[in-house]
Design a protein around this ligand. Structure first.
Ligand code: K7E
Ligand code: CUA
Length: 651
């Protein structure tokens, strides 16, 4: 066993046991997180679900779970990815991909301040970016990213939500080349890209404006400039060694990797001048229509690629010690914090100095043709002895920074100007991202800091081999950070963002108006309920209202038919969804919101009578909300018939 491996094992072990298991809980902790029955939380907290592919919504400070929003993974609870209307949301150039790995959250901003309109999430596996509408808490758009091997450095956002970005974690042969190359030709054939996805200011719709072609490094995290650095974007990257095997060792050879500085305003100028090359690619663009209650997927065929080799003054590399992970900009936009996960210091870069170094051409050579700025010339200073394994930094509204230390399992508070460490608290255990409400914006709302931990061990009651990952809430209103709550999370919460509740709650949709329903299969009242045969397809146009379906007795289906239940929920009251399920369907339930239509596809596999019922307890007579569908032999002459309340005996 190599010494490096030994060291890593040792580190991992130490990581689980911070010095002394101090359980320093202040006496007033309970009062600070207690939200009395009937009272609301102060913040919505949007938490990534990691390998669950979803996003979850918690209240802060209570830590209560309010909702799991399905994004990149199918969700049987809500029928997402199972109903005919939502299946297209998960379409990609690889076909239907019903899972992903959602790492990061970005809330939309105006003038660098949260505006409560949308929240974005990234798919790290099959590269995608999703947009969720905060009026409905639903995923309304997913765009795939071409020329990308894994979308980790995403979906970070610019000051006025002009763009969200997507930087590839894995460099790969570009999509329009013959990708059938030996893996050890990495240095010749593999390239990295960062993509700028334009957001329409009114509708929020996304489009890939341009990609920048870069050397084959691994892009990790990124943040937009803001204030004085508005117009710039910063991406951390590791593996400047460009290794293609055993990265654990081979990508940690160099003393420094890089932060890529992108002048995106310059890139916009080049685009306006018609520069760059249109490349033939293939990527899915999926949109949910809130009037049709239906998603459509189209395949896009082209992307604009800007090559810095031909286009000067657009990108620069800034040396950053030892495999940087986090890359965060402070609320003023002057300071950029790099976090080398194997470094013993935290470097803080100055935007003013970066501009001067560029103007004076204070370069330390180039990396693959891209100028490398001299480390000392762009450095504001280094935070000394912060702890072990710095990962991510968030900011408060008093000029302080909070950095997570994965290896030493702690959060370190330090002053951005003086670089002095002010306080440190243990986390339980091995903290990844931190989140201060508004922490990545120009206006941190402050007050709380939440640590998202990778290892839970002894914090909760045992639940077999796997424990829920944990979040820990700290009060940061005073000089010293105080731990006030632990709460379990869904999947692996990499990153989260919290926003004052009022900015979101005031816009929340309560129902969909039935008269505005444009679903092609809607039945806007019981009079429109019917069953129609089209060849071997049987379409059931069904309505649901407390507490029956119309129709609830259906006959005339034959084995070999495909049955589509188009169920319209006629309710116009808040919080009255109806569910729908049928026995033996190789599918999930439908959960249909008031005024909405959703479709369940069912291929009966045998002859018989099949019960169907409402799955969501909707009224005192919910249990009576049921019906039957009869399936006859192929070629049977039982005619299509349907009814509700028909008690006449039939032959
Ligand atoms: Cu988990 Cu942002 Cu994917 Cu760090 S990343 S922890
Ligand atoms: Cu409708 Cu239960």
């Amino acid at each position: 066993m190599s010494t490096i491996l030994m060291t890593l094992i040792l580190i991992t072990f130490i990581a689980c046991k911070p010095r002394g298991i101090q359980q320093a809980i202040s006496a007033d902790a309970a009062g600070k997180v207690y939200v009395a029955p009937g009272k609301y939380d102060e913040f919505y907290n949007f938490v990534s679900g990691g390998f669950s592919g979803q996003m979850s919504v918690y209240g802060i400070p209570s830590g209560r779970l309010f909702r799991v929003i399905p994004v990149f993974s199918v969700d049987p609870e809500k029928g997402y990815g199972y109903s005919e209307e939502t299946k297209p949301m998960l379409n990609t150039s690889h076909g239907f991909v019903p899972w992903d790995d959602l790492h990061h959250i970005a809330l939309s901003v105006t003038n660098g301040i949260h505006d409560g309109r949308w929240v974005f999430g990234n798919g790290n596996n099959t590269p995608r970016v999703a947009r969720i509408d905060l009026k409905t808490f639903r995923t309304v758009e997913i765009i795939e990213i071409p020329n990308s091997g894994g979308n980790h450095s995403s979906p970070f956002i610019t000051e006025n939500s002009e763009y969200v970005v997507a930087g590839t974690r894995f460099s790969i042969p570009m999509d329009d080349t013959n990708g059938d190359v030996p893996i050890n030709t990495y240095k010749q054939n593999f390239r990295g890209t960062v993509s700028f996805i334009k957001i329409d200011p009114a509708s929020g719709n996304m489009n890939i404006a341009f990609q920048i072609l870069l050397p084959g490094v691994n892009f990790d995290l990124s943040r937009a400039g803001k204030g004085k650095s508005h117009g710039w974007f910063f991406f951390s990257c590791y593996n400047s060694e460009r290794a293609n095997t055993l990265l654990e060792v081979n990508s940690s050879q160099k003393d420094k990797d890089f932060i890529l500085c992108v002048n995106w305003k310059k890139a916009e100028e080049y685009v306006a001048q018609g520069k760059g090359k249109k490349q033939v690619v293939k990527y899915a663009h999926n949109m949910y229509d809130e009037k049709k209650h239906m998603a459509t997927s189209i395949m896009e065929k082209e992307v604009l690629v800007l090559d810095p080799k031909d286009l000067a003054d657009m990108v620069y590399f800034m040396p950053c010690p030892k495999s940087p992970h986090g890359c965060d900009t402070d609320p003023t936009g002057e300071f950029i914090v790099g976090s080398g996960k194997l470094a013993a210091i935290i470097p803080v870069f100055s935007f003013t100095k970066i501009q001067k170094a560029i103007a004076d051409k204070t370069y330390d050579g180039d990396y693959e043709g891209i100028p490398v700025l001299k480390y000392e010339s762009v450095l504001h200073g280094e935070v000394l002895k912060p702890g072990l394994g710095p990962l991510h930094t968030e900011f408060d509204d008093n000029g302080n920074a909070y950095t997570s230390m994965f290896v030493s399992s702690e959060v370190v508070k330090w002053n951005i100007q003086s670089l002095q460490v002010l306080d440190r608290v243990p986390t339980y255990y091995s903290v990844g991202h931190l989140s201060v409400p508004g922490g990545p914006t120009k206006k941190p709302w402050g007050k709380y800091m939440i640590a998202y931990n990778k290892i839970t061990k002894d914090r909760f009651l045992p639940t077999g081999p796997e424990l829920a990952q944990s979040a820990q809430l700290y009060d940061i209103s005073g000089d010293k950070m105080k731990l006030i709550l632990d709460f379990p999370t869904i999947g692996e919460p990499h990153y989260a963002e919290a926003i004052p509740a009022e900015l979101v709650s005031k816009n929340s949709v309560k129902i969909y108006k039935i008269e505005e329903n444009q679903n092609p299969w809607v039945a806007k009242g019981d009079d429109f309920a019917r069953v129609e045969r089209k060849g071997n397809e049987v379409h059931v146009y069904m309505t649901s209202i407390r507490s029956h379906f119309v129709p609830d007795n259906i006959e005339g289906v034959r084995l070999g038919d495909v049955v589509y239940f188009h169920v319209t929920n006629l309710e116009q009251d808040w919080d009255v969804p109806h569910g729908f399920a049928v026995k033996g369907a190789n599918n999930a339930e439908l959960l249909i919101m008031p005024g909405e239509t959703q479709t369940l596809m069912w291929k009966p596999d045998r002859v018989g009578v099949f019960p169907m019922y409402c799955t969501d307890f909707c009224s005192a007579l919910h249990q009576e909300m049921q019906g039957y569908i009869r399936v006859s032999v192929p070629g049977s002459n039982v005619p299509i018939s349907f009814s509700t309340g028909n008690t006449t005996p039939v032959q």
